[in-house]
Design a protein around this ligand. Structure first.
Ligand code: SAM
Ligand code: SF4
Length: 343
C-alpha cells in the first residue's frame, strides 16, 4: 500500500511523491533567519545574519509556497528564525490563509518563541490560523534569560494569554536539555496541561556550530519517559499531527504529551515534509545537506511550469533518511542552524 492509498483526500488532487513512495503534503517555510532570542542550543551568541538581498521577499515566499500548494501540499507551517520579527509578515499569513479550503490548504500554522504573540495573536486568528506551536523550555525567569541569552519570560507568558484569549490552540514545545531543564520537565508538562495546552518534548539535534558542547546538553527522551513512567500513567494514543511526534495521554493531568526523538528513534519512514529556507533553498531532509536552489529558479524569471518542475525534481530526490548522532568529536550532522532551516 502506498501513502496515497491511505489518504483518500489526496486522490483527487495533484501530489508530490518522492522516490520512496512518500507523499509530501507538509511544507515548513522559514521567513527569516533573524531572531530576538539566542537560544543556546540553536544559535551562537554572535550570529551573522544573512544580507537582505539573499532573503526572499514576502511576494517571492508567497509565490513559491503557492506553487507547493498547487502541487498538493495541504499544510504549511511558518517558522524561522523568529517569524514574528519579519516586517510585514501578516501580509504573507493573510495571502496564504486565502488558500485554505478543499482544493488548497487544510491548515496554516506557526512556530514562534512567543515574545510578540501579545501583539500578533488576534491578527493571526483573524487571518485563519487555528493552532500554533510556542517554544518554551523553562518557567523560571532566570533560567529562561540564561537559555535564551537575555529573553524576558513575562513577554512569552503574556503572549500565551493573548493566544488563548484569541481562541488559538497552543502546543508548547520544549527541548530537553540535561543540565538546564531536565528536572523541571515534569512541572513544565503539568503546567502546560493545566493551561489547556498540549506539550511536546524534543531531543536536541546536532545542527550548526554553537558555543557549547552538544554532548553535554543531550538528554535522551527514552530516559525522560522512563522517569515520567515512575510517577505518571502514560497511555499511548494514536494522535496524528502529520509530524514525527509519538503521543501519550498523561492520565493524571488529562493532557496530551508528544515525544520527538530524532536521535533515539529515527522517524524517517513516515516523513511527509520538506523545508524551504528564507533564501529559497529547499531542504528535503532536516538531517542532510541536500539542497535545491528555488531562488535561482524564481529570479531567473521562471514561469509556473518551470517552478513546478524544479519542485518536483527536488522532491524526487528526497533522501530516504537522516543519520543524526551526537558524538563529542564529531562535527554537527549538518552545518546549517535550525534557525536557518526552519525548525
Ligand atoms: N523561533 C521560533 C521558535 O523558537 O519557536 C521558530 C524557529 S525555532 C528554530 C523552531 C524550533 O526548533 C524551536 O522549538 C526550537 O526549540 C527548536 N530547535 C532549535 N534548534 C534546535 C536543535 N538544535 N535541536 C532541537 N530543536 C531545536
Ligand atoms: Fe530564536 Fe527559535 Fe532559535 Fe530560540 S529556537 S534562537 S527563539 S529561532
Amino acid at each position: 500500500m502506498t501513502p496515497l492509498d491511505t489518504a483518500p483526500a489526496l486522490r483527487s488532487r495533484p501530489s508530490l511523491v518522492d522516490g520512496f513512495g512518500r507523499a509530501v503534503t507538509y511544507l515548513r517555510v522559514s521567513v527569516t533567519d533573524r531572531c530576538d532570542l539566542r537560544c543556546v542550543y540553536c544559535m551562537s551568541e554572535h550570529m551573522t545574519f544573512l544580507p537582505k538581498a539573499q532573503v526572499l521577499t514576502l511576494e517571492e515566499l508567497e509565490r513559491v509556497t503557492g506553487a507547493f500548494i498547487d502541487l498538493g501540499v495541504r499544510k504549511v507551517r511558518i517558522t524561522g528564525g523568529e517569524p514574528l520579527v519579519r516586517k510585514g509578515v501578516m501580509a504573507l499569513f493573510r495571502a496564504l490563509a486565502r488558500k485554505i479550503g478543499p482544493d488548497g490548504l487544510d491548515e496554516l500554522t506557526l512556530t514562534t518563541n512567543g515574545t510578540r504573540l501579545a501583539e500578533f495573536a488576534v491578527p493571526l486568528a483573524e487571518a485563519g490560523v487555528r493552532r500554533i506551536n510556542v517554544s518554551l523550555d523553562t518557567l523560571d525567569p532566570d533560567r529562561f534569560r540564561k537559555l535564551t541569552r537575555g529573553g524576558d519570560l513575562a513577554k512569552v507568558l503574556a503572549g500565551l494569554d493573548a493566544a488563548r484569549a484569541a481562541g488559538l490552540s497552543v502546543k508548547i514545545n520544549a527541548v530537553a536539555l540535561r543540565d538546564d531543564n531536565a528536572e523541571e520537565l515534569p512541572d513544565l508538562v503539568a503546567w502546560a496541561h493545566g493551561q489547556g495546552f498540549d506539550a511536546t518534548l524534543i531531543e536536541a539535534m546536532p545542527m550548526g556550530e554553537i558555543d557549547v558542547d552538544r554532548t553535554d546538553q543531550f538528554l535522551s527522551l527514552k530516559d525522560v519517559r522512563r522517569q515520567f513512567d515512575s510517577f505518571w500513567t502514560l497511555t499511548d494514543i494514536d494522535h496524528k499531527t502529520g509530524g514525527p511526534a509519538h503521543y501519550v495521554k498523561v492520565e493524571e493531568t488529562g493532557g496530551r504529551l508528544g515525544f520527538i526523538t530524532p536521535l533515539s528513534h529515527n522517524f524517517c519512514e513516515l516523513c511527509n515534509r520538506v523545508r524551504l529556507t528564507c533564501t529559497g533553498t529547499l531542504h528535503t531532509c532536516l538531517g542532510r545537506e541536500d539542497a535545491s536552489d528555488l531562488r535561482a529558479v524564481l529570479r531567473a524569471g521562471a514561469g509556473q511550469a518551470e517552478l513546478h518542475d524544479a519542485i518536483r525534481a527536488a522532491i524526487g530526490a528526497k533522501p530516504q533518511g537522516h543519520d543524526f548522532r551526537i558524538d563529542r568529536d564529531a562535527p554537527p550532522a549538518v552545518q546549517r542552524h535550525m534557525s536557518t532551516t526552519g525548525g
